[in-house]
Design a protein around this ligand. Structure first.
Ligand SMILES: [Zn+2]
Length: 361
């Protein structure tokens, strides 16, 4: 079992253990946010994270620090847990397989078969697995598990788009009906059956006695929740997709990066709050700048600012201004521009302000 999941209002609560036999832990994510973040993970990022695990494993094995254990990976896994539950489950599974490849090789194939999608499993686990040295084994395992991550990520992204936007002839149906139709498609991964138990939101020790439980409940207003066992990543995908649809959460396509997201604050927001690969600003920040520009491009203050910017930029190019002078001028001028526009001041007032800011050369 990978762990279990509970849903509370617009939250997804993942329950899991870091290492076998350790305490049950819990992490919370925004419902729909976790799933859309999973579909938006760029292959460069997932590859990088898998590489870090692999390197750690290979160096631990070659340094002969006993037999590697899950404990060694826990600090890294905790970081992954903070970002996304799907990424976490995959990295934790990779770590588990690396350890099995050292001390219980026979278990490796059945464990992989249970976790991986049928399609990926058939492509990779057909023949006899010949494990070589730590580096090769880790490389091979990493490739297969990463292939599975990409496979499920793309499948889920496609499904989510069909459920939310009704693509591929599903326009006529409601999102819930669309999802039901998808569960009937073979290989959708959405047709799972679940083991559910009733549980308290409270993290009780497994062997907590009734007296302790009663006392603890008196001190809290924790809810009684349904807890679903997770045996493969598909279970979490299907459950989160279903809950997202059932709660009618607004899943949108970001107008900047094109990825899916669930707005956290204002539901009319058009941009996600992620930082795309190669950018240093969040889509929401880039979007706000674009919107501002689009709205005010005709504003005389905006025109005046652009004129002053061009003039000072050419002074910079001609060596009449130092870099630092130009930079601080442009920061101040931009700030004044936005303030003057937002406060409805006149272009004459703005011109005076520009004169004040002008760097004597
Ligand atoms: Zn975005």
């Amino acid at each position: 079992m990978l762990g279990s999941v509970m849903f509370k209002k617009r939250q997804l609560l993942l329950r899991f253990t870091m290492t076998e036999g350790s305490n049950i832990e819990k992490a919370a994510y925004s419902l729909g946010g976790a799933l859309s973040d999973f579909t938006a993970v760029s292959p460069q990022i997932s590859e990088k994270l898998f590489q870090i695990l692999k390197k750690k494993f290979v160096s631990d094995v070659s340094a002969r620090i006993d037999t590697p254990t899950m404990g060694a990976f826990v600090p890294f896994l905790r970081k992954a847990l903070e970002t996304n539950p799907y990424m976490f489950l995959y990295l934790k599974f990779y770590a588990k397989c690396l350890i099995l490849s050292c001390d219980s090789k026979a278990e490796l194939t059945p464990v992989l078969k249970k976790f991986l999608c049928k399609e990926v499993s058939e492509r990779n686990l057909g023949g006899i697995i010949a494990l070589a040295d730590a580096e090769q084994t880790a490389g091979w395992l990493g490739e297969i598990i990463l292939e599975d991550f990409e496979y499920r990520r793309n499948r889920t992204k496609n499904q989510l788009e069909r459920v939310i936007f009704g693509a591929n002839g599903l326009e006529k149906y409601t999102p819930a009906q669309r999802m039901f139709i998808l569960t009937k498609e073979s290989g959708s991964g959405l047709a799972g059956s679940f083991t559910v138990s009733l549980t308290s939101e409270h993290n009780f020790e497994r062997n907590a006695n009734l007296g302790t439980i009663k006392a603890a409940l008196l001190e809290s207003d924790d809810a009684l929740l349904e807890e679903y066992e997770l045996n493969t990543p598909d279970d979490l995908i299907a459950l989160e997709m279903f809950r997202t649809v059932a709660e009618e959460l607004p899943v949108k396509k970001c107008r900047c990066c094109g990825e899916l997201f669930v707005p956290m604050g204002r539901s009319d927001s058009e941009y996600c709050s992620r930082i795309s690969l190669g950018e240093d600003k969040r889509c929401a920040q880039i979007g706000a700048m674009k919107t501002f520009k689009g709205k005010h491009a005709e504003d005389p203050i905006y025109v005046e600012y652009n004129r002053a910017y061009k003039r000072n930029h050419s002074r910079l190019r001609n060596g009449k201004l130092y870099d630092e002078e130009f930079r601080s001028w442009s920061v101040a001028a931009r700030k004044a521009r936005d303030e003057f526009i937002n406060n409805g001041k006149t272009v004459e007032e703005f011109k005076l302000k520009l004169k004040e800011l002008e760097v004597e050369g």
